[in-house]
Ligand binder design. Structure first.
Ligand code: NOJ
Ligand code: CA
Length: 560
């Protein structure tokens, strides 16, 4: 089914080498975007069929989460072959067609690269299992002997990011290391063959016209696993200062220097953005032009809807980006976190031990997208719209996650039996996991799977998706979809030098800034309406209140 898109002139593909600096990048989670063959899984032709929608939305680039052959043990971040397409999602020819259609609409293409680990179904890991201890094949991964009299205890007591031991025993008694799921063995980045193979992969996609790469857990690749290995307690006590055995080691930059040389073989150079969860002082290392060129800042994604937090985060990250000469990235949602419309509708500071917003199993305040009393769905959407306009006028690039332009909420009430995320199974049951933000999109109010495909969806869609469907919002000036379309079109017209000046707000709840060309933004984080400064109102996240700026609202203005 097609969604009537407002008529747009396809934009020319900009060949400026710095196209990425202030780009709006739309993240597609391919298995949950659009399904063309009715198997319940989104596919590459599905994305191609929605290129007009993406063009009408006005995005500059699309980032595709992994679409490679995979067992889906971790939603595709368990890659069995980096240079192919999962046959359930399509073919390489389908990818070529998608790239060509996106380019024809002026949209750049970024693909996800997952270099820390492969799937256990990757030919290399299968070879390592068959080849046995001491083999060159095992050297591509991290194999160790166990401890205890018969080696039946893991080499260390380390835990994986997804919970449980970070070691798994294979049939001949050796153990392999996995930072994430047991099906995601970590590669050995000290091995030259591993390094060379990723250069081949980068060129493979670069040659096919891919414009950039999102680098999964970019801070974890290199390791120092010299014996004796520290205990978990010792490991946790070590400073993360460039020499930590597992995290953010200085020597990972040697890998990215090699990658940079490959990126620069192309015109315009291929780009990259690091997913690096590192101390702010270390971000410029990844973001520098000699390294990956840009590094995610997830600070807004972790913040409450709060004036002080937002202002401090913007100031800190602009300063940090200036240090490396890169531009920063603004993100409110992605495939790993609770959607921000829902986060903002919950009491502030409902967070896990690591400070990240989380949904806890059984916590009554978090059940369901919009039906629990503690979730104020409307307030969440109001704040989400205000936050989006605040973010979309900032200097730097903006990353949108599929569905946020519909104001979608998290689906929190997926039955346990239908959950897929390994974090749910390994926690076990403590963390609801990330399936709730990965439910296939509602394109139409009617139809078996809300226009996602002809059959069901691989994660169950709730009834309330009907209200959020793209075709319901299309053409309605007050809808969130219309707001995003208008904002992205205006952003293009107004875009200017990567600078910002703070404007003194009328209260502590108001944050205001102005770009060099007089494009100004005022966000009222509080509940009470406040006076508006003089100037022409260009766009507002919510109707003005008798010429005043209502609570939880952002306006874009042009100086009088
Ligand atoms: C970060 C990705 O965003 C996440 O989805 C994945 O589970 C881990 N890296 C492991 O690849
Ligand atoms: Ca399909």
């Amino acid at each position: 089914m097609t969604i009537a898109a407002p008529s747009v002139h396809a934009r020319e593909l900009s060949d400026a080498p710095d196209w990425w600096r202030q780009a709006v990048v739309y993240q597609v989670y391919p298995r949950s975007f659009a399904d063309t063959n009715g198997d319940g899984l989104g596919d590459i032709p599905g994305i191609t069929s929605r290129v007009p929608y993406l063009a009408a939305l006005g995005v500059d680039a699309v980032w595709l989460s992994p679409f490679y052959p995979s067992d889906l043990a971790d939603g595709g971040y368990d890659v069995a072959d980096y240079r192919d397409v999962d046959p359930r999602l399509g073919t390489l020819a389908d990818m070529d067609e998608l790239i060509s259609q996106l380019h024809a609409h002026g949209i750049r293409v970024v693909v996800d690269i997952v270099p820390n680990h492969t799937s256990d179904k990757h030919a290399w890991f299968q070879e390592a299992l068959a080849a046995g201890r001491g083999s060159a094949a095992r050297e591509r991964y991290i194999f160790r002997e166990g401890t205890g009299p018969d080696g039946s205890e893991p080499p260390t007591d380390w835990v994986s990011v997804f919970g449980g031991s970070a070691w798994e025993r294979v049939a001949d008694g050796q153990w392999y290391f996995h930072n994430f799921d047991v099906s995601q063995p970590d590669l050995n980045w000290a091995n030259p063959e591993v390094r060379a193979d990723f250069l081949t992969t980068l060129r493979f996609w670069g040659d096919r016209g891919v414009d950039g790469f999102r680098v999964d857990v970019a801070h974890m690749l290199t390791k120092d696993l010299s014996e004796p290995l520290p205990s978990r307690a010792e490991l946790d006590a070590m400073p993360i200062d460039g020499n930590h055995p597992l995290i953010d080691r200085d020597d990972v930059q040697e890998v990215y220097a090699e990658w940079r040389a490959v990126f620069d073989e192309y015109d315009p150079p291929r780009t990259a953005v690091a997913e690096a969860w590192v101390h702010p002082s270390r971000v410029p290392l990844y973001a520098s032009a000699a390294s990956l060129g840009q590094s995610f800042n997830f600070d807004l994604l972790e913040a409450d809807f709060d004036a002080g937090q937002f202002r401090r985060i913007v100031a800190d990250n602009l300063a940090l980006a200036a240090e490396s000469g890169s531009s920063t990235t603004w993100v409110l949602s992605n495939h790993d976190v609770v959607r921000h419309a829902t986060r903002y509708g919950l009491p502030d500071a409902q967070r896990g031990a690591d400070g990240r917003p989380t949904l806890k199993h059984g916590n009554e305040w978090l059940l369901s997208g919009g039906t629990e009393p503690a979730l104020d769905a409307e307030r969440g959407e109001r704040r989400a719209r205000a936050a989006a306009l605040f973010l979309l006028a900032l200097p730097g690039s903006a990353y949108l996650y599929q569905g946020e332009e519909l104001g979608l909420h998290e689906v929190a009430d997926i039955p346990d039996a239908e959950r897929q995320d390994p974090t749910f199974f390994r926690s076990p049951g403590v963390d609801l996991g990330r399936d709730g933000c990965r439910v296939p999109l509602p394109w139409t109010a009617s139809g078996g799977s809300f226009g996602f495909g002809d059959a069901g969806a691989h994660l169950p869609q709730p009834d309330w998706f009907e209200t959020y469907a793209a075709d319901v919002q299309d053409g309605h000036p007050a809808s969130t979809l219309s707001l995003y379309r208008r904002a992205l079109a205006l952003r293009h017209e107004l875009q200017t030098a990567e600078e910002l000046t703070w404007i003194d707000g009328s209260s502590a709840e108001v944050v205001a800034y102005e770009r060099p060309n007089g494009w100004s933004v005022v966000t009222n984080f509080g509940a009470e309406a406040v006076p508006l400064p003089a100037g022409e109102v260009l766009l507002s996240s919510r109707a003005l209140d008798d010429g005043r700026l209502p609570g939880e609202t952002t306006v874009w203005m042009r100086r009088a």
